[in-house]
Design a protein around this ligand. Structure first.
Ligand SMILES: Cc1cc2nc3c(=O)[nH]c(=O)nc-3n(C[C@H](O)[C@H](O)[C@H](O)COP(=O)(O)O)c2cc1C
Length: 291
């Protein structure tokens, strides 16, 4: 009798019961223990969360400290607004400078002052980074022995890359650029700048510091680095030597949280240097305007 009554009741109000269950689940999903969820997913900005231990029915407090000082000072931003006419002139001037940048593969051995390299790397270090983690290390090499060791590693791997790993499509696509596994520029250029991304770092208290968006942050720093080289009046070659990362990292004694991203020879072009006659996409091909 009771079972029958219950079944009748359930059928009659099935719709309301379902709505109630769905509302309960959704409420728990969106409002249940929000701080704990965010802390687990590494979301910054939370100060602490309380997790309830139901077996002992007591609260445990876990402190989450921000990587930057909690009482970080915020200061006025001094901005000098430029007249509109000047904006266009400056943008055009910057474009001309950027457009003149080309990848060079033939480097003079003429030396470049160390201070110039320092300023270029300082510029790259101004890049924005996820939660201001600055997840980059720049290794500047002028030592001839180390440059030769790097050249040996790169040429050894590149020969295998070209002959076995890259495949016919890739090597065919590269052929108009006339590249191969011989990399004279690695010993000729006065400087090699190697950019490492720090996947994470270790705080002074021994805790692991999360580097949010390290890939994108380092890519932006690389863009600034390449543009700074160009603005300075030097040339470079953007290279990502395939499969050389671990050997170069260990040669340079870099820690395991760092991964090689770019290898840039920096210096002057040889007098007989040539470049492929490439053309860049027109503005109409790269811009979508929504006015
Ligand atoms: C991520 C990346 C990796 C590259 N790797 C190499 C490389 O290993 N060797 C090389 O000779 N050029 C390399 N280049 C240079 C490109 O071939 C070059 O940028 C492209 O041909 C356009 O020429 P430009 O830089 O003169 O405008 C690389 C460029 C980029 C952006």
């Amino acid at each position: 009798m009771i079972v029958e009554y219950f079944a009748y009741f359930a059928m009659k109000y099935l719709y309301y019961i379902l709505v109630l269950i769905v509302s309960f689940v959704l409420f728990r999903e969106f409002f249940g223990q929000p701080a704990k969820k965010s802390a687990q997913s590494g979301t910054p900005g939370l100060t602490s969360y309380k997790s309830s231990d139901s077996s002992e029915n007591r609260k445990t407090e876990v402190e989450v400290e921000p990587a930057l000082p909690r009482d970080l000072e915020h200061i006025p931003y001094h901005y000098v607004r430029k007249p509109e006419k000047e904006l266009l002139a400056r943008a055009s001037e910057f474009y001309q400078m950027a457009a003149a940048r080309r990848t060079l593969r033939s480097f003079s051995t003429d030396p470049v002052p160390k201070e110039v390299i320092h300023e270029i790397i300082k510029a790259a270090g101004t890049a924005p980074s996820g939660a201001h983690t600055e997840p980059w290390t720049f290794v500047a090499i002028s030592d001839p022995t180390t440059k030769l060791q790097i050249r040996n590693i790169v040429e050894q791997e590149e020969e295998i890359n070209y002959k076995k790993r890259m495949g016919i499509k890739w090597t065919t696509d590269l052929s108009p650029l006339r590249t191969n596994w011989i990399k004279e520029y690695l010993t000729a250029a006065p400087y090699l700048i190697l950019v490492f991304k720090q996947v994470y770092s270790i705080l002074p208290n021994g805790q692991k510091k999360i580097h949010y968006y390290h890939e994108m942050s380092v890519s932006i720093a690389c863009g600034i680095l390449i543009t700074a080289i160009q603005y300075t009046g030097l040339v470079t070659l953007t290279s990502t030597p395939l499969n050389c990362g671990p050997a170069i990292r260990s040669l340079l004694g870099r820690p395991s949280n760092e991964k090689l991203v770019l290898l840039l020879p920096v210096g002057y072009p040889t007098e007989d240097a040539t470049i492929p006659n490439l053309h860049r996409k027109d503005l109409s091909e790269i811009l979508v305007e929504i006015d």
